[in-house]
Design a binder for this molecule. Sequence first.
Ligand SMILES: Nc1ncnc2c1ncn2[C@@H]1O[C@H](COP(=O)(O)OP(=O)(O)OP(=O)(O)O)[C@@H](O)[C@H]1O
Ligand SMILES: [Mg+2]
Length: 396
Amino acid sequence: MPVSVDQTSVDPSRNESAPANTSASADTAAQAPAGKKDEALRPHAEDAFAAELAALAAQDDRPRPARWRMSPWAVATYLLGGTLPDGTVITPKYVGPRRIVEVAVTTLATDRALLLLGVPGTAKTWVSEHLAAAVSGDSTLLVQGTAGTPEEAIRYGWNYAQLLAHGPSRDALVPSPVMRAMSEGMTARVEELTRIPADVQDTLITILSEKTLPIPELGQEVQAVRGFNLIATANDRDRGVNDLSSALRRRFNTVVLPLPESADAEVDIVSRRVDQMGRSLDLPTAPDGIDEIRRVVTVFRELRDGVTADGRTKLKSPSGTLSTAEAISVVTNGLALAAHFGDGVLRPSDVAAGILGAVVRDPAADRVIWQEYLEAVVRERDGWKDFYRACREVSA
Ligand SMILES: Nc1ncnc2c1ncn2[C@@H]1O[C@H](COP(=O)(O)OP(=O)(O)OP(=O)(O)O)[C@@H](O)[C@H]1O
Ligand SMILES: [Mg+2]
């Protein structure tokens, strides 16, 4: 029986919580505010990184756009990491080209909204959450886009008990996260914009161009106050950006988040995130995990690119996305296996099942691709014998 772990059940973007370790507070527990938030399985960015955000805001003397918690420069530093004049270390949240982050942050200070676009697992949601946390101190004004997202989720709904008892009034109105962001001058987020039906998406046009949300039932409107802007994310693999009407697309500046450019960059991202997630799940840190992380990243990159790292052997790519996010899941699962059923050291057998689960999505075609890769590449590679054996065992 092949053993495989379905990575879809472990979504790093939803399970991690990461009280960062900064020199401002070496004790990770000190980063999160006291009380119930401490216990959240996944604290919001503004809670998990409260100490970093406070240090940045305190030491930032550059000009801030209206209602921003800090200057655009400080927001970019929060995302990319750095050291403040008093020695506080800001951990990098996003690992990638600085210019991308600068363009994204600057867009939020203009009257155009920001669209983060990219293949799955390129940190679109992650970046959007951290941008909202840094700019507005609140990343929770969020609309999740699905095929069933109604207009009310973007505009407003009604409390029907109130509506029936007293008729339409501001008290009976239930504002959407976007409406709240408009009236409070905050950052709203719309996830997976292109999954929302076109007519519902178009609700955003007036909001983004006129900066107003009419409430015809009351003969009123909510005007956006300064500080309001919107970050949308869209996946260019599921359904294309073509699904955005051109009228709506013109209201956005599009920033494309790329896949990590080198294996080293991807190993860096995976090890950072695995370390943060491991701490939040109380997993012991694996001393020699880096070799296994490098191996997972190599396998994912080679299969994704359809060619081995040395460029010599052409490969077929499996149907799964094999994103950085999935590599993070595979390694985190492996660490949990090593911690609970092994000796705490991450070994090939701890990641093999996870890799198989991520690669073989289509039981027929992907399995053949995986077997070919195992025999042609993994078997022949120096120092990969253990890994080859572990993979054979789970795929047999
Ligand atoms: N360049 C990167 N820098 C830092 N973290 C990254 C990077 N790329 C991926 N990640 C990590 O990958 C995980 C998944 O990212 P996220 O969920 O934001 O992806 P996404 O682009 O929204 O994917 P999807 O299209 O599936 O929604 C996050 O935990 C994030 O930290
Ligand atoms: Mg996402």
